[in-house]
Design a protein around this ligand. Structure first.
Ligand SMILES: [Zn+2]
Ligand SMILES: [Zn+2]
Length: 199
């Protein structure tokens, strides 16, 4: 079974992603404003793709094991309705984004976390390209295929009970740490480089 080691920038938090088959996850670049703003907030905007794309790897959360530094897990939300954006508090490295419940068994892991990002395979999906900055792709690709696959996997995970297993949620489905919504000031700073309307 393919195993992918990952760690935060300082190394205090480490873990492995174990997959049952190669290519089980979806290597995706997300061009949405929120992912980009969060990368700015974390100070990792230098790792964005041209056009402001966030490198992500969509996986089933029950495949993620945090082997060291789980006490560093923290969670931020750009707004009260925003995704849960998990990160390592020791050095502000993004870990993954999820919705606010473990019932939707999906985590978009920050691909640069992985020791060998190449082992994740080629980027197969471009999402939210309408929000790409100049220099980015103009058309989404692979989205339908991705959601078809993710949905099938999520449904089977849900039926098997695996859905509830996640490093980010406890057995009752509550977040392992309290998510903090960014202050208005931090939000403004995170979106400061976005063209057009500011949030
Ligand atoms: Zn760290
Ligand atoms: Zn996004």
């Amino acid at each position: 079974m393919p195993e992918h080691a990952f760690s935060c920038r300082c190394g205090a938090l480490q873990g492995t992603l174990t997959q049952t088959s190669p290519g089980e996850g979806c290597h995706l670049i997300c061009y949405c404003r929120d992912c980009r703003a969060f990368a700015h907030h974390m100070g990792v905007a230098d790792q964005l793709y041209p056009g402001g794309g966030s490198p992500l790897y969509q996986v089933l959360p029950n495949r993620i094991a945090i082997t060291r530094g789980a006490d560093q897990i923290a969670c931020a939300r750009l707004s009260p309705k925003g995704l849960h954006r998990w990160y390592a508090a020791c050095c502000d490295t993004p870990l993954a984004n999820t919705v606010g419940t473990s019932r939707m068994p999906l985590a978009g892991m920050w691909a640069p976390l992985f020791r060998d990002p190449e082992a994740l395979g080629p980027v197969v999906t471009h999402g939210f390209t309408k929000a790409a900055l100049p220099g980015g792709p103009k058309k989404d690709r692979g989205i339908g295929r991705m959601f078809g696959r993710l949905l099938r996997r999520s449904v089977s995970a849900y039926l098997s009970g695996a859905a509830r297993v996640s490093p980010f949620f406890d057995a009752a489905g509550a977040p392992v740490v309290r998510p903090e919504v960014l202050s208005a000031e931090a939000r403004r700073a995170a979106f400061a480089t976005e063209p057009g309307k500011q949030d």
